[in-house]
Structures are given as structure tokens and as C-alpha cells.
Design a protein around this ligand. Structure first.
Ligand SMILES: Nc1ncnc2c1ncn2[C@@H]1O[C@H](COP(=O)(O)OP(=O)(O)OP(=O)(O)O)[C@@H](O)[C@H]1O
Length: 273
């Protein structure tokens, strides 16, 4: 079953031009793809290729300049009221930096159950028990539900973000560079967790990453983006085994490299288990 259809999406941003005149920059240029229920679509490409902008449009965190996003048969670019509330429930996002996406003043229990209270859902077993059950699902100690984000490591904090995303039983989870800020060994554990959760619950992922090694492990299909366009879209076997586009070949041939910005951020935070 096709869950999400992104059709001809364009996103233009106004940028300050010469002599105070505004000019337009096309960050996403006529992008189309589908996501099936239960599949993982990876979106890869260099920094600035338009991956996050595409993901934010798919999650309706950003309006497209042109194009349509259809989720579960509903045009979400026009959805209002109940339809929009259902979409906000069914599509959850896990962001790159676990710490900046978790409110430092809230306990883990409150963070994880926030999507339930936004949706007006009162779990029969109570919020505490619901939070503890979710913590167990993502491999966190449920006795720590009254702790604050700063009391957790980077890998654990990302598990909190994942638990929060799962609280409302979403159909699609968008992971925007969700493991990029983590050390390699922690990355592997979080990826395993993401795959186990999908096997248990059958939801879909859009998995945004610049790291092809990460994507190879987790995805069913891959979309390769370059300068705002999808230059190649195929199954994991096709894209990794027989890439058709020169840019994909270049990405595949590139030696593993560390983005200096992420590396600096990671060192600052000392993200460890
Ligand atoms: N609000 C904005 N205003 C102007 N330009 C923007 C805005 N948001 C993104 N861009 C530009 O759009 C392009 C695509 O950005 P986007 O974040 O989608 O790329 P990306 O592939 O996700 O890269 P990264 O991994 O670095 O986030 C970039 O050139 C970026 O500078």
C-alpha cells in the first residue's frame, strides 16, 4: 500500500541579492517519490542537496512553493482540522541533535508522553506507565522516567526522541540525520533499534543521511539527491550494486569522511554511551 506520495514538489527560498534586490534560490526542484507502508526509503546526498527541506515538506513543517504531498489518500498540503491532526499523529520526526530536540526542563516521562497529550489521548494505564512501557521498548531503564535529558548520554537521548515519536503509533517516522551525531558504535545500536521497531510495528521510515554506509544497512530503497533534484531512485541492490547516475557513483566511491561541523559538535558534547 502506498502511504506517501510526494509529487512535483518545488521549494524556493528568497535570498538577499545585489543592491538590496531579492533573488530566488530553488532548494528543492521538482521532486517526486512514493513511500510504501512498512518500507524504509533513504534520501542521500551531500550537504545542501535539499534532503532536509524535502523531509520538512513531507512532514508539513514547511509549505512547498509548488507540488503536492498525499498521505494515506489525503492531500496534506491542504489538510485542516481533523485531517491535519490525524496527519500530525501519523507522521513523526526524529531530529539529528537529540539534546536540542528535547526540552531540558521536562522529565523524560513528560517528553515521551507529550504527543499523547497534544492529541488529547489519555492512556488507560496512565501517563507514567505509558512512558515506562515506551522506555522499555527503546531499551531505556523505565525507572529513569523522572530524570531530565541532561542526565542521559547522546545515544540514550536519541532513544528518548525515538520513544516520543512512537508514543502515538505513527505510520511514518522521518529520521533526519537521526544517527549522524552519534559515535559509530552507538550509531549501530540505534540503527538496530530502528530496524527492530519497524519489524515489530510495520511503520515506514524516510531516512535522511549523508552517510551511505548507514543507509545501506537500513533501507529498502534509496533516493539520491543532488542540487535539489532526485538524480537516482531505486532499490538498495540497484543503487549500490549498479548505480546509473554519475553523481551516485561519485558518492559511492567517496572515502568515508567526517563532516567537520558535526565532528566539532560531537566533540563539544562528548556524545558517548
Ligand atoms: N530557510 C531557508 N532560507 C534560505 N535557504 C535555505 C533555507 N533552508 C534551507 N536553505 C538552503 O536550501 C538548500 C538545501 O538545504 P537542506 O537543508 O534541505 O539540504 P540538506 O541536503 O538537508 O543539507 P544538510 O545535510 O546540510 O542539512 C541549502 O543550500 C540551504 O542553504
Amino acid at each position: 500500500m502506498t502511504l506517501l506520495q510526494v509529487q512535483g514538489v518545488v521549494k524556493e527560498f528568497s535570498t538577499p541579492g545585489a543592491l538590496g534586490r531579492k533573488s530566488t534560490f530553488t532548494a528543492v526542484d521538482d521532486v517526486s517519490f512514493d513511500v510504501e507502508l512498512g518500507e524504509t526509503l533513504a534520501v542521500v546526498g551531500e550537504s545542501g542537496s535539499g534532503k532536509s527541506t524535502t523531509a520538512r515538506i513531507a512532514a508539513r513543517l514547511l509549505e512547498p512553493t509548488r507540488g503536492t504531498v498525499i498521505f494515506d489518500g489525503v492531500d496534506v498540503t491542504r489538510a485542516r482540522g481533523k485531517e491535519l491532526a490525524r496527519f500530525r499523529n501519523d507522521v513523526q520526526v526524529v531530529f539529528q541533535d537529540p539534546f536540542s530536540s528535547l526540552n531540558p526542563r521536562y522529565t523524560v516521562e513528560r517528553i515521551i508522553t507529550a504527543p499523547l497529550s497534544y492529541q488529547g489521548i489519555k492512556p488507560a494505564e496512565g501517563y507514567r506507565a505509558a512512558a515506562q512501557e515506551l522506555m522499555e521498548r527503546v531499551g531505556l531503564n523505565p525507572d529513569h522516567c523522572q530524570r531530565y535529558p541532561a542526565q542521559f548520554s547522546g545515544g540514550q537521548a536519541q532513544r528518548i526522541g525515538i520513544a516520543r515519536a512512537l508514543a502515538v503509533n505513527p505510520k511514518l517516522v522521518i529520521c533526519d540525520e537521526a544517527v549522524s551525531a552519534l559515535d559509530v558504535s552507538i550509531q549501530a545500536q540505534v540503527l538496530e533499534l530502528l530496524m527492530r521497531l519497524q519489524a515489530e510495528s510495520g511503520f515506514s521510515y524516510i531516512f535522511i543521511a549523508h552517510d551511505l554506509a548507514v543507509v545501506r544497512q537500513i533501507c529498502h530503497r534509496v533516493a539520491v539527491m543532488n542540487q535539489g533534484r532526485i538524480v537516482e531512485l531505486g532499490t538498495r541492490e540497484q543503487v549500490f550494486g549498479d548505480p546509473q547516475d554519475d553523481y551516485t557513483r561519485t558518492l559511492l566511491a567517496a572515502v568515508p569522511r567526517i563532516n567537520p561541523e558535526w565532528d566539532a559538535k560531537r566533540r563539544q558534547r562528548k556524545v558517548t554511551l
